[in-house]
Design a protein around this ligand. Structure first.
Ligand code: RI2
Length: 308
């Protein structure tokens, strides 16, 4: 698939999930570099930069996409010979894809220890990282009752129900608005992440913050399963995370509502760090207050502020 096709599929959400969009973008950049057979480094560099911009413009919220693309270009420069540039991009993309898959597995093995035998676990949307925790706990022999929110408007909860059923866990599906009512019967909440800000705030599927609030009120631990490339270096510099707004047709048909009705469709929201008990990463379980350290140590982003 070409870069344009991948970007279009990410935009239309045929390809979705914060880690998956990053991996597919890295793959597309690798293919673009491999397909270039010329020796003109400038031309290859220009093509790659164009591809990078197209992919980054496909969806604005998940920093995983940005981090994934950045890591593909690690150590590259327009001064490199075409062959060296090509090889560096291919090897970087492969490394990113391999490590991101390993991370999900490690998160599962670490996170499983936070789930006890007999726990009733609630999850929201469809996060491979969160599912890795729940499914690993099941594989470790713990009896689990899983509650899955529908996750309107895209209903990714149905994907989660299928993923759990395939792993041998019977899912209980609920509408999003049942989350607070149900919280009295929940032992732990596990969700994924699209972006974690430098102050520890979580940006995830719309509705996550309401679930966190309900969990906080009911004293139910709220865990986030997130690879380190879901942490945002950009937020260290004060940049605000753009919350994606998608079309109203995803929510309702226009002939179902009175003329003139404004239909809003924000697809992510922000959960304050106070509502997060722990973040399970591939480098260990950390509190939200460790976000800055993860960005500096694991992503290698030293805070350097250009004063002029
Ligand atoms: P993994 C998804 O976004 C959900 O918000 C989910 O929690 C997050 O990505 C992380 O998913 P969308 O693409 O990377 O469905 O853990 O809008 O699979």
């Amino acid at each position: 698939m070409s870069i344009d096709d991948i970007a279009a599929s990410i935009r239309s959400m045929e390809i979705r999930g914060a880690a998956e969009i990053a991996r597919r973008a890295a793959e597309a950049l690798r293919e673009e570099a491999e397909a270039y057979r010329g020796a003109d480094a400038h031309e290859l560099w220009t093509r790659m930069q164009k591809g990078k911009a197209t992919l980054l413009a496909s969806r604005p919220t998940a920093v995983s996409l940005w981090n994934g693309v950045q890591s593909v270009f690690k150590g590259t420069s327009p001064e490199m010979e075409a062959e060296v540039l090509r090889r560096t991009i291919v090897s970087n993309a492969d490394t990113f894809i391999r490590r991101s898959k390993e991370a999900v597995d490690i998160i599962g093995r670490i996170g499983s220890k936070r789930i006890r035998d007999g726990d009733r676990v609630l999850t929201h949307c469809n996060s491979k990282a969160a599912l890795s925790v729940i499914i690993q706990a099941h594989k470790d022999g713990k009896r689990i009752e899983a509650f899955v929110t529908e996750s309107r408007p895209w209903r990714q909860g149905l994907l989660t129900a299928r993923d759990l059923a395939e792993a041998g866990i019977r899912p209980n599906l609920i509408v999003d608005s049942a989350a607070r009512w149900l919280m009295k019967d929940v032992d732990v909440v596990v969700v994924g992440a699209d972006t974690i800000c430098s102050n520890g705030a979580l940006i995830n599927k719309i509705g996550t913050s309401q679930i966190a609030l309900a969990a906080h009120e009911a004293r139910v631990p709220f865990l986030v399963a997130a690879e380190t490339f879901k942490f945002s270096p950009k937020t260290m510099y004060g940049e605000l995370v753009e919350i994606e707004e998608r079309g109203s047709s995803e929510v309702v048909r226009l002939d179902e509502v009175p003329e003139g009705t404004r239909v809003l469709n924000p697809v992510f929201d922000a959960t304050p760090p106070e509502y997060i008990d722990a973040i399970i990463t591939e480098v260990g379980v950390v509190p939200p207050s460790a976000a800055y350290e993860i960005i500096v140590k694991e992503l290698g982003h030293e805070f350097i502020f250009e004063r002029n």
